[in-house]
Design a protein. Structure first.
Length: 214
């Protein structure tokens, strides 16, 4: 079974549509020093996370520069998990882990050095296509075979992200067999607004492909 995270919801209508579509996780982006239409302020992030129902995981996606900053955001927004995009070293992720109860998803690039050291300090790795400023949401795919190697070689759950769409997600799941897939821009009608039909097709195609891959 491959889980699905839909990232970058900016309002409650999109959040509820993502849940209705059967996604396993909802990503809320707050505290990123890059220009993105998917970022929301702290109060909105708090409300969006609070409205995610039981048995679906709310994920705060953030780019902290210090452990303290990450702790402050997690304590304010109270997500079920935090996805750290850039900014913290493996040792700092370890320090963060000792200060929060939430699971930590560390973002890495597929060809980054020392991925294993992130794996020892995170509950999951999200392998993404990252832009020059370290941000995600690029809409760009990367070398799926490299991510497949990580799935085979590391014990930690691997989440595949970057450039996924309803059209290519089945192929991605069959190639990589990840723990989960993640999408932001590939299911939008405009920047920061989800296309509900595309969200449903993405979830359906990912899960059907996972069943076929067993
Ligand atoms: O989506 C963003 O705009 C973003 C900006 C800064 C940091 C992280 C961001 N997104 C995090 C995600 O988990 C995205 O789903 C992931 O990067 C995949 O994006 P896409 O290629 O658009 O599907």
């Amino acid at each position: 079974m491959t889980r699905v995270k839909i990232c970058g919801v900016t309002d409650s209508t999109d959040r509820d549509a993502v849940v209705t579509a059967g996604a396993d996780a909802v990503g809320v982006i707050h505290g990123v020093p890059v220009d993105t239409p998917r970022e929301v302020d702290a109060a909105t992030a708090e409300k969006l996370a609070d409205g995610v129902p039981p048995f679906v995981t709310s994920v705060l996606v953030t780019m902290p520069t210090t452990v303290q900053e990450a702790v402050r955001r997690v304590d304010r927004i109270e997500p079920d998990a935090v996805q750290v995009h850039d900014g913290l070293s493996p040792a700092e992720l370890g320090a963060l882990d000792s200060r929060i109860t939430q699971d930590i998803v560390a973002v890495v690039e597929a060809d980054a050095p020392a991925i294993e050291s992130y794996a020892t300090h995170a509950d999951a790795l999200l392998v993404d296509s990252v832009d020059a400023d370290g941000g995600g949401g690029t809409g760009e795919t990367h070398d799926w075979e490299r991510t497949r190697d990580l799935v085979d070689s590391l014990d930690v759950p691997i989440v595949l992200a970057g450039g996924l769409t309803p059209e290519n997600v089945a192929d991605a799941v069959e190639t990589v067999e990840p723990f989960a897939v993640d999408v932001a821009s590939g299911v939008e009608s405009a920047g920061g607004t989800k296309d509900h039909d595309a969200v449903s097709r993405f979830v359906r195609n990912a899960k059907q492909a996972a069943e076929g891959a067993v």
